[in-house]
Design a binder for this molecule. Structure first.
Ligand code: OSB
Ligand code: MG
Length: 369
């Protein structure tokens, strides 16, 4: 399929409340929304960007620049015959994976809509519902934390992920565990700890956690392999797994027992499915992470999470957990069994609210052949 037109929009969409991690916070989404058009069909994708290079090296400005200068023109120059091949159009560009993923997602949606199948089906999904949980940002104190977690449990979330950092780890985890002894609970340090903290991190082993996500440096598979020998909570990598090669290295080094798959961090759905399959062959479960996406990226994520080896609940909460109003007309709502229903219509299933999208657009650009 030869793309005729690519439209980029950088939006600014405030979150219901601040989302704070060990090293930064998000008050709003500055996502780049991508629209591609070919043969009368439209595809939508999202690069869930933010203001600063805190999670990885990218920002909404770098992604915009890469899409405008390199990735967009490369895509317009390529006759993509199959959605698995989109990634090859971007091969010469190193890294910048979030920028690539926004365009790649739009291409997947375009192919699915052109074939009138769901994105889930096109990717090889096997589930009609996906298990989800909620990621709880750093809170000011333990009473506020318990109230926040209680609120999510009341709304039906059966798995909670607690963001931790030095000074906010053992105590809040203990408080949640004491209040909810059977809750599915896990923690995420977002690369704030060092191998020298291993003895301290070991204290979390007493709380029966599902997993401990990315305590050490964003690019440090080596020391995670060392830490994995010291702590008994299963280690899960997020930031460090940016490609199928990185997944292969982590598996071979026993640097993790579980992988968090975020197709935006990995640079697209094709490479994400490759990691999913590789982990499955190694007997390693994966789960779907999140980057506080709008309804467009969220629909993409739900489709991917419908593949069989996504066997732990994902960070794909219902849209209203993020935004007072989203840019789609059909937000996901949480089912009573803590799942989201996988869309069965054509494409990723998101029905874009184009009038509201226009309202929240900060910058817009059109690239044509
Ligand atoms: O590390 O998983 C993370 C949000 C922004 C950046 C990194 C992370 C997160 C989350 C939120 O934990 C997941 C979500 O609900 O989208
Ligand atoms: Mg994480």
């Amino acid at each position: 399929m030869k793309i005729e037109r690519i439209e980029l929009r950088r939006i600014h969409l405030p979150y219901v409340r601040r989302f704070e991690t060990s090293g930064w916070f998000h008050d709003a989404s500055d996502a780049i929304i991508v629209r591609v058009d070919a043969d009368g069909v439209t595809g939508w994708g999202e690069a869930p960007m933010s203001e600063g290079p805190w999670y990885n090296e990218e920002t909404y400005q770098t992604a915009w620049f890469m899409m405008e200068t390199y990735l967009g023109p490369m895509l317009l120059d390529t006759d993509v015959v199959d959605p698995w091949q989109t990634r090859h159009a971007f091969k010469r560009v190193r890294a910048n994976r979030m920028a690539k993923s926004g365009l790649e997602f739009a291409m997947w949606d375009l192919f699915a809509r052109a074939q009138n199948v769901s994105l889930s089906k096109l990717l090889g999904g096997t589930r009609d519902k996906v298990d989800v949980g909620v990621s709880v940002p750093i809170q000011p104190d333990v009473p506020t934390l318990l109230e926040t977690v209680g609120g999510y449990i009341d709304r039906g979330y059966k798995r909670v992920k607690l963001k931790i950092k030095p000074g906010w780890d053992v105590e809040p985890t203990r408080a949640i565990r004491e209040r909810w002894p059977d809750l599915l609970l896990q923690v995420d340090g977002n690369s704030i700890y060092h191998l020298s903290d291993a003895e301290h991190l070991k204290e979390l082993d007493q709380f029966n956690l599902l997993l401990h996500e990315q305590p050490l440096d964003h690019d440090d598979i080596f020391n995670h392999a060392k830490l994995a020998k010291i702590i008994s909570t299963p280690l899960c990598l997020d930031e460090s797994i940016v490609s199928p090669d990185h997944a292969a290295w982590a598996i071979e080094l026993n640097a993790c027992k579980i992988i968090n798959i975020k197709p935006t961090r990995i640079g697209g759905l094709a490479d994400s499915v490759e990691i999913h399959n590789m982990a499955q062959a190694a007997g390693m479960p994966v789960w779907h992470g999140g980057m506080l996406e709008t309804g467009i990226g969220r629909a993409t994520n739900v489709a991917l999470a419908s593949l069989p080896n996504f066997s732990l609940p994902g960070d794909i909460s219902a849209n209203d957990r993020y935004f007072p109003r989203d840019i789609v007309q059909n937000p996901f709502t949480l089912n009573s069994d803590s799942t989201l229903t996988v869309p069965t219509g054509s494409g990723n299933g998101a029905v874009v609210d184009e009038a509201f999208l226009e309202e929240v657009t900060q910058e817009r650009m059109v690239l044509t052949r």
